[in-house]
Design a protein around this ligand. Structure first.
Ligand SMILES: NC(=O)c1ccc[n+]([C@@H]2O[C@H](COP(=O)([O-])OP(=O)(O)OC[C@H]3O[C@@H](n4cnc5c(N)ncnc54)[C@H](O)[C@@H]3O)[C@@H](O)[C@H]2O)c1
Ligand SMILES: O=C(O)C(=O)C[C@@H](O)[C@H](O)[C@H](O)COP(=O)(O)O
Ligand SMILES: [Zn+2]
Length: 351
């Protein structure tokens, strides 16, 4: 089993490997009650978690929520809070999130808000959840104005990333997770880029790619849980990505939107003279080789408006994470309009 520790007020482990779910009973030993939040497609896995906990003496019950991005709404959260009340969940109890990033984002938010905070353990079932969403304590739901605009920082007590579960994950969802993996490669770990260049499917080195990505995330989160410094670099590619997701009514996969956002951010850095043409092309070529989108056609005026409600925005300023050379992220505030337009042209033409 591979283990990465995330530092902080209450440090926790991300356990990565085949059979990692077996550690659930150990992690929640002594807990009286647990609400296992999941969506229908992961019912069998969630059922197994409930059974494991019950066998260990924890009164566990499933709480079913909608699948995917439809889970991340105020209405769904309100319904789950009612369920928690019915179960009599108290501060010494726990929430378990079983599913992709959308369900663990919601489960984390429920745990952060119920009685002002109960522990949460995540069992991520998608690649994206394992490398990113379940780690780091960002929880939240969407609003009409944009992505993840309501939420709380609520680090999990543990994350069990069982790689056996990935066998059931559809290929396009696996690829979506690879976008966050390659993001980690560009901002901090060149070995990830080499591994993906050697096998753009990510299937040969999956466990190593997960461990390396979690390590990149753990370092940023351990130093800056509340997203006021180095953690912002994990948002590489996300300013445009979140706007695409909003404009597409959350119908695009997160990782696919991030893939386009990475190429856009690289083009922007190229315009600013921070990346060479070869480095910009390396972004596009690798993202394309992985089978992820590098282009997006849309309403540029509308996207720019939505980008202004990004959480990195400050007042009227637009802020982007860009690279000043591979592996060296920085913040670019209010880039010249001509640079933005040129970067947009590069991702939108012939889309
Ligand atoms: N909190 C964070 O730090 C953070 C980081 C990155 C992304 N996110 C969020 O994560 C979400 C995206 O997560 P995602 O890519 O996992 O998408 P998702 O949660 O929407 O899951 C995608 C689909 O895959 C299915 N699925 C998941 N695991 C499966 C499995 N093992 N077998 C079969 N089907 C499976 C789900 O049921 C769903 O239909 C977005 O909402 C994004 O904003 C959060
Ligand atoms: O954990 C972080 O910090 C990230 O930025 C990771 C992102 O991949 C993730 O999509 C996150 O949810 C985005 O955060 P947000 O604050 O921009 O909503
Ligand atoms: Zn992301």
């Amino acid at each position: 089993m591979r283990r990465v520790t995330v530092a902080g007020h209450r440090p926790y482990e991300v356990v990565i490997g085949a059979g990692a779910h077996a550690e659930l009973a150990l992690v929640l030993a002594g807990t009286a009650r647990a609400a296992v939040v999941h969506a229908r497609p992961l019912a069998a896995l969630a059922g197994a978690a409930v059974e494991t906990l019950q066998t260990a003496g924890v009164a566990a019950e499933a709480v079913v929520v909608p699948d995917g991005e439809a889970a991340k709404t105020a209405e769904v959260a309100a319904g789950a809070w009612e369920e928690f009340g019915r179960l009599g969940l108290t501060r010494s109890d726990a929430v378990v999130g079983v599913g992709g990033g959308a369900v663990t984002d919601l489960a984390g938010f429920l745990a952060a808000t119920w009685v002002r905070g109960v522990p949460v353990v995540h069992l991520p079932t998608s690649l994206l959840g394992m490398v990113d969403a379940a780690v780091g304590g960002k929880t939240g739901i969407n609003t009409g104005a944009g992505k993840n605009l309501v939420g709380a920082f609520h680090p999990p007590a543990a994350v069990l990333a069982d790689t056996d579960v990935l066998a059931g994950l559809p290929d396009d969802e696996f690829r979506s997770g690879l976008a966050e993996v390659v993001k980690c490669g560009f901002i901090a770990d060149g070995e990830i880029l080499d591994l993906l260049a050697a096998d753009p499917t990510g299937r040969r080195d999956t466990a190593e790619l997960i461990e390396r990505s979690v390590q990149v995330k753990a370092e940023a989160v351990g130093a800056d849980l509340h997203d006021t410094g180095v953690r912002e670099f994990l948002n590489y590619g996300h300013t445009l990505a979140h706007a695409i997701e909003r404009v597409e009514d959350f119908g695009w996969r997160h990782g696919e939107a991030v893939a386009v956002g990475l190429v856009f951010a690289a083009e922007l850095a190229g315009q600013a003279g921070l990346l060479t043409r070869a480095e910009v092309d390396r972004h596009r070529d690798l993202v394309a080789a992985m089978g992820l989108p590098t282009r997006y056609a849309g309403d540029w005026e509308r996207l720019q408006g939505v980008m202004r409600v990004d959480k990195k925005a400050r007042g009227a300023s637009l802020r982007f994470v860009v690279l000043d050379g591979l592996g060296n992220p920085t913040i670019l505030t209010d880039p010249e309009q001509a640079w933005l337009d040129a970067a947009w042209a590069a991702v939108s033409e012939a889309a």
